[in-house]
Design a protein around this ligand. Structure first.
Ligand SMILES: Nc1ncnc2c1ncn2[C@@H]1O[C@H](COP(=O)(O)OP(=O)(O)OP(=O)(O)O)[C@@H](O)[C@H]1O
Ligand SMILES: [Mg+2]
Length: 542
């Protein structure tokens, strides 16, 4: 029997090392949405377009975004995304595209609504591209009319998670400002659900202020012109609300603050805390407001946290949110889908774990939507379509917990409803609680599910009214048809009884029936027509 050699701590130490985040995601790319070639293509487009929209909005520019997917050879595609955003300064191009977890949007405390939040999106796409093709990403960016554009070829050194600049130069670019990214990757192109086309269409619905041009691998050019020239309301950065802060974060804030006293720390670092509220918190925490924040012990920090939770504080500010707004959402939905009815609502802001959020729902019915089968559910978080992991999402949970039968759709048990309907749900939030880094499903926070459910029920009530009226009109038509069938016989019998001419009697009977049942029909059609005319001007060209 051979004696097995025992491994000592010293032996283990030889293999112990820090793992760079790039190495980690090189191995775990599924966590970032690159688990198969179809999804990788979509994720790459999505990360680039999300960034372009964010950058344009921050710079208050009406976005003009160009997307092209080119087939290089079988299972190999080139993706080009160009925007008219503010551009990226030369020094930042390297780390933005060549370093994971590098960005301007990540906020430990507070924050504002945006599409990006982690600082990982576009560099992950660069990593996937280099992993599958060995090629660098090409970035062209221009920040002002007077300057030339910088052109970089960038790779990521996975061992160190640092950018590797393969080449850099300048060029003339017939644009005042903007950014272009070109990535080659192993991918598969599909035209079914969760496709680039579906993503473009859904993105256009929730970004009515943006115009998009998409060229697919066949060379077909699809245009999505903007439906409004109004930029969405700017989301303002907010401080954290005391109710949403956890002990570790509070300790870090106490250490990092510039405030010289605990009272001024409370007043300056938190949302909705004025002098009176600060006094109240200090009283409840039994702490002296003059203490230097950095000297607060763990025990005192705990008291402070409990003091915050035990004080009545106004709800968080909501100017950090930028909802689409019901009226625009409805117009936008009608412009992308052929519908007989559309209705949208925007709920008032609410809060989960101290983070303000706002739910919007739109329902479309009839038109060219398929009459049979499950309704289409389109989900959005911060104006970004969520095309994967529908089953794991809080939005799906909320949709299936509503009793749709009472709102005019069919449903078996607590499954997805059936019928010619499209349901759109948008969650706007400072921090969207995604179930993973690939940002495809919203976590099941009860407050979020409740808000979505309330919004769905409100939209459902409007749908019920429409479906009810339509049923009434259909019934009237049916009755009219039946009446017509019997009118011939009726006129003969009446002619015998009254000795009047049967032709004249038939004419009178049909006239009465027409007047009676047409009235219902005309009323319904009139309503639909008015709605269509109002929105006709907003229809996007395709
Ligand atoms: N087209 C662009 N124009 C201007 N700035 C950009 C552009 N693309 C990216 N950036 C900048 O690069 C940063 C990093 O982008 P990246 O997609 O990696 O992360 P993010 O958008 O911050 O978060 P997420 O990981 O959630 O996407 C952004 O925060 C932004 O500051
Ligand atoms: Mg991003």
């Amino acid at each position: 029997m051979t004696k097995e050699k025992k491994v000592r701590a010293e032996d283990l130490a030889k293999g112990q090392r820090a793992i760079s985040v790039a190495e980690f995601f090189e191995k775990n790319r599924h966590l970032l949405g690159f688990d198969n070639p179809t999804r990788a293509l979509l994720t790459t487009v999505k990360e680039a377009v999300d960034n372009s929209l964010d950058a344009c909005e921050e710079a208050k520019i009406l976005p003009e975004i160009f997307v092209q997917v080119k087939e290089i050879k079988k299972d190999r595609y080139k993706i080009i995304v160009t925007d008219n955003g503010p551009g990226i300064v030369k020094k930042q191009i390297g780390p933005i595209f060549g370093k994971l977890l590098y960005g301007s949007k990540f906020q430990v405390f507070g924050g504002k609504q945006g599409r990006g939040q982690q600082g990982i999106g576009i560099s992950a796409a660069v990593l996937y591209s280099q992993l599958t093709t060995g090629k660098p990403a090409k970035v062209t960016s221009k920040t002002s009319k007077k300057k030339q554009a910088n052109v970089f070829d960038i790779k990521i050194s996975t061992k160190t998670n640092e950018p590797e600049i393969i080449s850099s130069s300048t060029t003339e670019w017939n644009k005042d400002h903007g950014t272009k990214i070109e990535l080659e990757l192993e991918a598969r192109y599909v035209e079914k659900r969760a496709s680039v086309l579906e993503y473009m269409k859904e993105t256009a619905v929730v970004n009515p202020h943006a115009s998009f041009v998409y060229i697919d691998p066949e060379g077909q050019k699809l245009k999505f012109p903007r439906v409004t020239d109004k930029l969405p309301k700017e989301a303002k950065k907010i401080k954290p609300h005391p109710y949403g802060v956890e002990l570790g974060i509070l300790q870090r804030m106490l250490k990092e603050t510039k405030a010289r006293s605990l009272k001024s720390f409370l007043r300056t670092e938190f949302d909705k805390v004025g002098s009176g509220t600060a006094d109240e918190i200090l009283k409840n925490a039994k702490l002296d407001g003059k203490i230097l924040p950095r000297l607060i012990t763990l025990e005192q920090a705990n008291f402070l946290l409990r003091g915050m939770q035990g004080t009545k504080i106004m709800s968080p500010s909501t100017d950090c949110l930028s909802p689409i707004k019901a009226e625009i959402l409805q117009k936008s939905l009608e412009s992308e889908y052929d519908l007989d009815f559309a209705y949208a609502i925007t709920r008032s802001p609410s809060v989960y774990r101290g983070n303000p959020f706002q739910i919007e729902v739109a329902i479309g019915y009839g038109g060219e939507l398929p009459k049979e089968g499950t309704i289409s559910l389109i989900r959005f978080a911060n104006k970004v379509p969520l095309l994967y992991q529908q089953g794991a999402c809080a939005i799906t949970k909320a949709v299936t917990s509503v009793g749709w039968k009472s709102y005019g759709l069919s449903q078996s048990g607590r499954n997805m409803p059936q019928g010619p309907a499209i349901i759109l749900v948008h969650m706007a939030s400072v921090w969207a609680p995604f179930t993973s880094e690939s940002k495809e499903a919203i976590a099941h926070y009860p407050q979020i599910i409740k808000e979505i459910k309330l919004a769905l029920q409100e939209a459902g009530r409007a749908l019920k009214l429409f479906v009810g009226k339509r049923k009434k009109a259909q019934l009237a038509k049916k009755k009219q048809e039946m009446f017509k069938n019997y009118a011939g016989e009726l006129s003969i019998s009446l002619a015998e009884l009254t000795s009047k001419k049967k032709e004249a009697l038939l004419k009178t009977i049909l006239k009465v029936a027409k007047e009676k049942y047409d009235a219902v029909q005309i009323e319904e059609e009139k309503k639909t027509k008015i709605k269509k005319r109002k929105t006709g001007a907003f229809r996007r060209e395709k």
